[in-house]
Design a protein around this ligand. Structure first.
Ligand SMILES: O=P(O)(O)OC[C@@H](O)[C@@H](O)c1c[nH]c2ccccc12
Length: 258
């Protein structure tokens, strides 16, 4: 069993997301550690990208801030991950658009993930059917490729989850990342459909920001993923965001686990 699956099985989980280098890499290290301290069960670190097609306004703005700041090379992001690893064992995943991996080189990227302590990859623009070229390298390094399922995946669900590793990321509603007030009304059915096909935990993400929503979603799945609300805290507090993120994580974890 992978480190991610092992760490997340059998409980309700809170997954948090921040964009790397927003506003700088020292802050990213502090923020990830703070989220873990607050109780996050896994932290997603977004590698900033100039054309983040799956992202809404809050994360797009974070990408713009991150790309304006120095320290941008991916090597420096890996080094920051190494610094996080000196302080916490929390499972870590990169949220990374595929082109970045292609440019870095599959083998080199997978090797550096393993070397610095990344446990999984979420690649929003890489459909399961297209994972074949990268997969031998990530499998070699025990890095999970985390698959996304949407409420429209329908007949593709068995194929997607058969290949899934770590956990299954269920997108709560169609569209881009960002806070929402309503979610797809067939979420519960889709969770059940996924669970008929895999033992991996299923987490719901996209649009969740309040403790009430987190509680509601955690009641039908194994956990929730929260990105834009964490990034909004980074935007508001800049280099002082860590304590606020820790407090937010605590609040969400309490809502989810009671
Ligand atoms: O921001 P939200 O609505 O809370 O959604 C989680 C999300 O941010 C994170 O998992 C994520 C960030 N960028 C993405 C791109 C695609 C899929 C998922 C993501």
């Amino acid at each position: 069993m992978s480190k991610i699956q092992d760490a997340l099985m059998g409980k309700k989980n809170f997954v948090a997301f921040v964009t790397a280098n927003d506003p700088d890499l020292d802050a990213t290290v502090e923020n990830v550690v703070a989220l873990a301290k607050g109780g996050a069960d896994l932290v997603e670190i977004g590698i900033p990208f100039s054309d983040p097609v799956a992202d809404g306004p809050v994360i797009q703005a974070a990408d713009v801030r991150a790309l304006k700041n120095p320290d941008l090379p991916i090597e420096n992001i890996f080094e920051a991950v190494g610094k996080v690893r000196e302080q916490t064992d929390v499972p870590l995943a990169f949220l990374v658009y595929f082109n970045i991996i292609v440019q870095y080189g599959y083998e080199h990227f997978a090797a550096d993930c393993a070397k610095y302590g990344i446990d999984g990859l979420i690649i929003p623009d890489l459909p399961t059917e297209e994972q074949g070229e990268l997969r031998p390298y990530t499998d070699e390094e025990n890095i999970d490729l985390i698959s996304l399922v949407t409420t429209n995946s329908g007949e593709r669900i068995p194929m997607i989850v058969e290949k899934a590793q770590g956990f299954v990321y269920l997108v709560s509603s169609l569209g881009v990342t960002g806070e929402r007030t309503t979610f797809a009304n067939n979420l519960k059915e889709v969770v059940e459909d996924v669970k008929r096909n895999t033992e991996l935990p299923v987490f719901i993400g996209f649009g969740i920001h309040s403790p009430e929503q987190a509680q509601e979603m955690a009641a039908i799945a194994d956990g929730v993923i929260v990105g834009s609300a964490c990034v909004a805290i980074c935007e508001q507090y800049g280099k002082e965001a860590a304590t606020h993120l820790e407090a937010y994580a605590k609040q969400m974890v309490t809502a989810i686990r009671g």
